[in-house]
Write a protein that binds this ligand. Sequence first.
Ligand code: TRP
Length: 451
Amino acid sequence: MTNEKRSSFTGKLGFVLAAAGSAVGLGNIWRFPYLAAKYGGGIFLLVYLVLAVTFGFALMTAEIAIGRKTGLSAIGAFKALNKRFAFVGWIAALIPAIILPYYSVIGGWVIKYLWAFLSGGGATAAGDEYFGSFISTGEPILWFMIFMGATALIVLAGVEKGIEKVSKFMMPVLVVLSIVIAIYSVTMPGAIDGVRYYLMPDFSKFSATTVLAAMGQLFYSMSLAMGIMITYGSYMKKEVNLESSVSQIEIFDTGIAFLAGLMIIPAVFTFSGGTPEALGKGPSLMFVTLPKVFETMTGGTAIGIAFFLLVLFAALTSSISLMETVVSIVCDKTSLSRKATCLIVFLFSVALGLISSLGYGPLANIKIIGMQFLDFFDFVSNSVLMPIVAFLTCIVVGYVIKPSAIIDEVKLSSPFKREKLFVVVIKYFAPICIVLILISSVLDVLGIFKI
Ligand code: TRP
């Protein structure tokens, strides 16, 4: 046994499940399908898959290896690699703090739908105007506070161990239920056009924004470019096979996102004929289409209850680890107690979450660069900060510590099969693409330049 100061995962399965637990969440079930619907269906899926096996693979390998090599979480790890790049760890650490509040707003929507199905309102929830009128009021604040409060209480009580046990049981159930719903969804009348839209790439819909959206989604979904995987890596034992762990986490995460797309996108065609407005619904897509699917299923109410309950658990495990990340960073860097830190993080998240929540209703007239608050926070974290962190990680690994440092770390546990791919992606492909795409899409959003 090696002498480890840090506690570590017992073996490979424990590591993969823990990392996959962080990765699988609302990103897969709520965010992936609406982006795929909005950005051209098949072309988005294709770009996403290509990025997953290149960018995703290289970045996740680099992050886990950095964590395992240094035994530290993001801020300390970047500092240990090179003092001048310590700031990368700081930007990475900022990202979960931006995500947590709006993630909890969506978590609140999930509780609301669970409640609607539990109290026999499933049929009402399937109505066309239901979601729109729900978010235009102040009511989502109530649900957001319940979700945020539950997250804060669990983090404060530190019972995440129990949650982990539950989610190890819930996750497989979620997968099975998703397969059942997906099969039902693709066999509904009119769904075939949706299946085609989702699976057949239409290259005329390709643009820089597609790539940026897919890249942001990849980082978000796999919890990359925000220091999370570095922290997980720091708990990984030296003898656990790093490369195959990365593959398994990616397959698991992408598989669930793919299934979620199959549940939701064909349903958009069945119920709304796949019009651009219906496909472009954005964050509300899952909430608008799924109740309609459940409504037409035999036993739909029970399935709706089960589904939203499972999604709620997936969301809670993710929000707990998001908050835990923020709390542990503030705790480490200040002399505040854990309790006080939890309270501060909670209040900060409530403030940002409140404006995100109200941004769809009473504050709908206030827009930042044409976006509502929730979309703006999502854009800043996923499409601006994460690509920047990913770019800087590539630079540090590719040119400062050199890829060999990571390769040696990977080889401690097994041969590195995709070593060449890793080097090419980290040194050239990823940094060049990120810069081009980041610039063009920021210009696009600002309306300066359109591709
Ligand atoms: N990957 C998670 C999802 O798909 C969301 C997420 C982003 C996350 N960053 C995280 C979860 C950090 C836990 C920790 O929903």
